[in-house]
Design a binder for this molecule. Structure first.
Ligand code: ADP
Ligand code: ZN
Length: 681
């Protein structure tokens, strides 16, 4: 009987679905239900996708479902449709989506969704007072009115408001309305550090109706929140990072994507290589909910969509309470070095300014987009640079206690392997010298230059444990720290009252990224980091200032940043994108090939290129050797397809798919990994 044959999703990145039979003794489980099935000699937790619709399989080839694990589905129909959309759009097995979308504990056969007898973890409860939200000012009231108006014609509205214009406060009003209508709200943020800071602010208004979901919450707590969301549809606010976009929402009214321009919304590795911003828009359609994208610096694509009428557009051009946007001062490092007016990596004017702010009991943020002590070391005599044995990258020097308290270590930022710093050059016995600088070195220099200052550093290395973000940020907010040094983590949406000076120690590394997005990214980063300064009215707030140190002060990006002129950046960049046929005028698909042997991957890439050129012509690139061409012992090649924006991407993928499948089915290339990336960042 074919209707007792079910398609099952397994958390494996191998193929789409697996077919099993429901034994006669078992009631047929509904789509979305967890089941235990045999696979080879193992047993695995899978999810029922639905009836198996293919040719009925011969009964003797089929194995039985062992057990239905829950009486209730663990996925709503809408989630199942989302999973299928993701698998189809991003060209990956639906098993990959299962791995990304469910809390780990859902793969545990012991776990039972509806079991109330077991002692469950509790979600943290807020015991404090709650307060009504702040009344909005005129600009915010107008923005709120316009957002509601735009939602009548668009699912997605972009709120483009300068840093500290009070966007978060507008969100709070919209969230409250949705909750009062009995609906749920999903609020996505790009960085876990930001969830830490937002939690306090949102709890004051929403109390225990707020839940937080991201990878630093324990497995058990994530599963518990998931369980509550699947079993109930109470009004709730869920704040989360990227993967929260997969949570069950049975009653959603609003999805907010804050800092929508952030590249971290895109998952790079492993598959599914999804963009949470795109998924939010897709879900809104499936759920009948509304979406709000918010940012001071919209991505080019989003702004284009807003200008061309695909999204609604609402703007807030002034800071709350009429505060000035911070003044930007460029420091020409060439001149500073020439005049010998440098103290290590700090220019003379910056040192003086930091002293001045410290004496006024103000706080300072120092931004350096590199962690570690120095990005590489090199032999003075023969030029030898230690590289990772497994990756095509030089090793970063770490001096702090992060990796080993006793000695400095060289660390690969791609695979994490570490070795001690050689005392002399292993090639020629020459002296090893340190080149460049990261956050650890800045921290060292700050201790030397400003011995009276209290200093904290926030980067990947200082935030490895669950509560590290919270403790660094609370200490800074309580002014137990004067100078906060950090990587891009400190740029994203954080809010502090007392910061009067922000310095970018080396802006040049932001300008030389090998992507067509590099100017846009640099602009976002500089505008966002400067947006951390002068966020509250005090006597001196209007003199909040940003120092940017650079060897290239004439670079056009600085001109836009100094004038806080997003529109100028946009019109330059959109013109470039059009003339060089980049998104939004085309859609990109990158195909990455990986293999242990350089020769094999090169041949595979060339073979695929020849075949794709025959189909796609000029739309397919030549074989690309990426700037880092080997990672974790695997050699890498890429191909890129550019599909005209008005052509069907679905059709392009349909044409591409058989070629990818054909390649891996050939003996010579069987072990080559082929990784398609749709809309790469
Ligand atoms: P954005 O999200 O645009 O960066 P925020 O919402 O964080 O801006 O607002 C910046 C600062 O102004 C915060 O300290 C916030 O509490 C304050 N603020 C914004 N709107 C109001 C308001 N209507 N009443 C009181 N304070 C406000
Ligand atoms: Zn490595």
């Amino acid at each position: 009987m074919s209707n007792r044959q079910l398609s099952i999703i397994l958390p494996l990145a191998i193929r789409d679905t697996y077919t099993y039979r429901v034994p006669d003794s078992m009631p047929c489980p509904r789509p979305g239900t967890r089941v235990l099935v045999p696979l080879a000699k193992r047993e695995m937790v899978g999810i029922v996708l639905g009836q198996y619709n293919g040719e009925p399989l011969p009964e003797d080839k089929l194995r039985d479902i062992i057990e239905v694990l829950d009486a209730e589905p663990i996925l709503t129909e809408e989630q199942l449709r989302l999973w299928q959309w993701v698998a189809d759009y991003y060209m990956c097995p639906i098993g990959d989506v299962m791995l990304a979308a469910l809390p780990n504990k859902a793969n545990d056969r012991q776990y039972v969704l509806a079991d109330t007898s077991r002692r469950r973890v509790k979600l943290p409860e807020y015991k404090g007072e709650t307060y009504p939200p702040h009344p909005l000012d005129d600009q915010q009231t107008e923005a709120l009115r316009r957002i509601r108006q735009e939602w009548q014609r668009h699912d997605v509205v972009l709120l483009h408001g300068v840093t500290s214009s009070g966007k978060t406060e507008v969100y709070i009003h919209l969230i409250l309305e949705a909750l009062e209508r009995g609906q749920q709200v999903l609020y996505l943020v790009p960085e876990i550090a930001l969830t830490a800071q937002l939690t306090d602010r949102l709890q004051r208004v929403f109390g225990s109706r707020l839940s937080v979901y991201h990878s630093r919450i324990s497995d058990a707590q994530r599963m518990e929140l998931y369980r509550q969301l699947i079993l109930t549809n109470e009004p709730r606010l869920i704040v989360g990072a990227r993967s929260a976009v997969f949570l069950p929402l049975r009653n959603a009214g609003l999805l907010i994507v804050d800092e929508e321009h952030e590249p971290s919304y895109k998952q790079q590795d492993p598959a599914p290589r999804y963009h949470a911003r795109s998924l939010a828009a897709v879900r809104a359609r499936l759920l009948g909910a509304k979406v709000l994208f918010g940012t001071a610096t919209p991505s080019i694509e989003t702004y284009y969509n807003a200008l061309t009428g695909k999204y609604g557009l609402v703007e807030m051009k002034r800071r709350f309470q009429g505060l000035q946007l911070p003044r930007i001062t460029l420091i020409d490092l060439q001149r500073q070095y020439h005049r010998k007016e440098m103290y290590q990596h700090f220019s003379d004017p910056l040192v003086m300014r930091i002293r001045e702010e410290l004496s006024k009991h103000k706080q300072i943020i120092l931004f350096q987009n590199r962690r570690g002590y120095a990005p590489y070391v090199q032999c003075n005599a023969c030029g030898y640079v230690p590289k990772c044995p497994d990756c095509d990258v030089s090793l970063t020097l770490h001096k702090a206690t992060t990796y080993d308290a006793r000695c400095s270590r060289l660390v690969c930022h791609y695979c994490g392997s570490t070795t001690p710093l050689p005392t002399v050059c292993p090639e020629c016995g020459g002296e090893m010298r340190i080149h460049g600088f990261g956050t650890e070195r800045i921290e060292d220099e700050v201790y030397g230059l400003f011995p009276e200052a209290r200093v904290a550093r926030m980067d990947l290395d200082t935030t490895r444990r669950k509560d590290d973000y919270q403790s660094i940020l609370s200490a800074f907010a309580a002014h137990e720290v004067d100078i906060l040094i950090g990587t891009q983590m400190v740029t994203k949406g954080l809010h502090f009252d007392n910061v009067s000076l922000v310095a970018v120690l080396n802006a040049d590394s932001l300008l030389t990224q090998p992507t067509f997005r590099s100017y846009e990214r640099a602009y976002h980063m500089l505008e966002q980091v400067s947006g951390r300064a002068g966020r509250t009215r005090t006597e001196e707030a209007d003199s909040a200032e940003v120092f940017i140190q650079t060897f290239d002060p004439k670079h056009p990006v600085f001109d836009w940043v100094i004038r806080h002129d997003y529109e100028a950046m946009y019109s330059e960049q959109i013109a470039e994108r059009e003339s060089f046929r980049y998104p939004p005028f085309t859609r990109l698909i990158t195909i990455t090939l990986r293999h242990r042997h350089d020769e094999t991957v090169e041949r595979a890439a060339q073979t695929l290129r020849d075949r794709l050129k025959a189909v796609f012509g000029q739309r397919c690139s030549d074989v690309i050797l990426p700037s880092i061409s080997r990672v974790q012992t695997k050699h890498i090649r890429c191909l890129q397809l550019r599909i005209e924006a008005n052509a069907s991407i679905a059709r392009a993928k349909a044409m591409l798919r058989p070629h990818l499948e054909a390649l891996t089915s050939e003996a010579a290339f069987r072990t080559v990994e082929i990784l398609p990336d749709i809309d790469p960042q």
